[in-house]
Design a protein around this ligand. Sequence first.
Ligand code: GRF
Length: 190
Amino acid sequence: MPLKIAIFASGSGSNAENIVKFFSTNSHFEFPLIISNKADAFVHERAEKLQIPSKTFSKDDFSSGEVILNLLKQHNIDVIVLAGFLLKIPTAFIEAFPNKIVNIHPALLPKFGGKGMYGAHVHQAVVDARETESGITIHYISGNYDEGDIIFQAQCPVLPSDTAETVADKVHALEYEHFPKVIERLWGEL
Ligand code: GRF
């Protein structure tokens, strides 16, 4: 039985695209749905090119859970991958998908996590704190932002000459390299 993954994304969706392409020749992984909370997010254009249906739901739909959980059930979704998804995941989702929801955070948690720590804000905070390294954290979802058991981390150096933009580029490169492989390691065929 193939494993069916729903990707949730709020923005550009470059990780979503990278993951789908990584598994394009692996019939064990299927991507029946991309879900967003933003109708104008670029991820929808990527989804169209990848021929994956994408849908947008309101914040209320996410917090009540019912409509989206029914849709996930209709599509027999096994796993949810959060790839740049900005809303908090309500308990109903965590109960319906125990240890089956993973998130990627663009820094080395527990540093630079929590509410408001997303995208450029994270990289700017890293630069402002004069950190000498940053990286990525892939973790299971618990009830709080950026908490939950850590599955994988990878590091990159942060130099005094780096800006939030250059740190973002380094972190994206780590995301593209590792996120699909971690998903494969967690749920691939033995
Ligand atoms: C990534 O850096 C991800 O770690 C963060 O948001 C960014 C999303 O980028 N949570 P994209 O939408 O995948 O291009």
